[in-house]
Design a protein around this ligand. Sequence first.
Ligand code: N01
Length: 568
Amino acid sequence: MTATEAERAHVSDSVREYDVIIIGAGAAGLHAIYRLRGQGLNTICLEAGDGVGGTWYWNRYPGARVDIESVEYSYTFSEELQQEWEWPERYSAQPELMRYFNHVADRFDLRRSIEFNSRVATAHFNESEDRWDVETTDGRRFSAQYLVMATGFLSAPNQPKFPGQDSFRGKTYHTAYWPAEGVDFSGQRVGIIGTGSSAVQAIPIIAQQAKHLTVFQRTPNFSVPLRNGPLSKEFEAKVKANYPEWRRMEREESFTGMIWINERPEGMVTKLTTETTPEEREAMYEDRWKNGGICFYNIYPDTFTDPVANGYLAEFMRNKIREKVNDPEVAELLCPKDYPVLTKRLCADTNYYETYNRDNVTLVDIRGKEVGLNEKGVAVDGEGYELDAVIFATGFDALTGALTRIDLRGIDGRSLNDHWSEGARTAYGLMIAGFPNLFLINGPGSPTPLFQPVLLGEEQGNWFGDWISYMAENGYTRIDAAPETEDQWVQRCTDVINATLFPKARSWYMGANIPGKPSMGLVDFGGIWNYRKYCTDLLPDGFPGFTLSNGAQQAGRAEMHAGAATAA
Ligand code: N01
């Protein structure tokens, strides 16, 4: 098989046939095209938007910016790319990330394999052919042996419907569907619902423009200063002089895939809070505070498991909020007090708390109150706030939403929504039992989002490339996870997360931010090293816990049951 252009696909009965269909042209999808097409597979990528970049393509709200250092939140697959790309800032703004992803798409000639404006509506497994039949919302049909879901883990916006919403006469916006041309709020009374990462980035900028900004907060978040600025030339030179080594450290010595703290590389902290003096841990917290960004995830490990240890860091952060906010009542409202720090995704901001010192900003506590819209604005327990525009910064149906919003059907026509009715189930975050030949990148049950997603996306794309080669070389046309493999992986993820403080927060890590979504650990917190070993052992060990078969020998399907995985 040779790499061919999307336009030159074999067409039969208006179904275009490929070896691989990748859904999504974000960071993971672009790499998957590079890797899978590069090994000679006839590959197409179907992308809902009209450009590359995925999450960063859609999230164009004011202030959108990554909170992982640019030298880390970037591809590793090409040393030339790493060396030649110059990041202007420590943390890239959305337009800069778009420039990067567009450059990658052009430099590696990926665009010819992408069909834009192609939102996938259905994907059904064709059992007699061992292929996936895929249809877009406008009726174009495709078929491929393998389906790679590079659909993103924060790509299905959560749009709660507030009572009276349709009666509002002003404009409404969602941070994840921001108009490409931008919005001018000058002279307007603006309201924003939500105080997660998107909101803490947008609020300081909108406050500078709007006549008045009203922030409706249900749960306060812990936020750290981002401390963005120009990327220092010395630091850039230091990183580039030894990039492969830093990348190795990110993969092998860091729980999160991030190593830079105050421009020095630092592996995982192993000392416990309980082994430190108050002065020592204060110095560690201050060191991270000085660096800014979300490097706080590299901290004494008992911060994630011991409420007392966690409490020290939480109080450190609350005191920082109190220092920044002039009005003590507002400061207390902004201080999270009923969940452990780090168990909801830490936010990183530029002047978020300081913004509440402005005369044109009001914080409204909506916890436990009835919130609705009327023709004039927002009402909270009957108290009205007149507004010209309302912004919903209400987050995402994270990790699963982009998958369950597609009509995905596996063996016997079973839908993914049925399969996941009691919670998302995967084998190693890579496959779903009963959905053969379907591969997940950055899916539920993987270490993403705790581990840096660009890095893990590359690794998973590479594993699937190796798996597909193995299948072809050994005459297999179907690979499926055994149900018990999935059971064991779900149990492992559950056991690990239950040993931490994460279940104590209503977070999207737990699926708890979406009403009605089963709450469970959607992330493998068991350590990237363990995860990587499980996954990379599968192929050399002959795929224990998976079934490989050859559809050509249909009658008595020659199946290779290699036994249940030992995933515990
Ligand atoms: O979404 P969120 P986000 N009524 O879920 C509130 C990444 N990210 O888009 O906490 C009232 O964090 C909700 O309240 P509560 C990052 O991983 C990264 O901000 O559920 N309020 C919460 O305050 C992040 O974690 C970057 O009580 C409602 C807010 O809406 C993830 O994306 C930038 C509500 C949602 O916060 C998601 O961030 C942006 C309702 N019915 C995002 N429903 C960077 O790299 C929800 N809320 C910097």
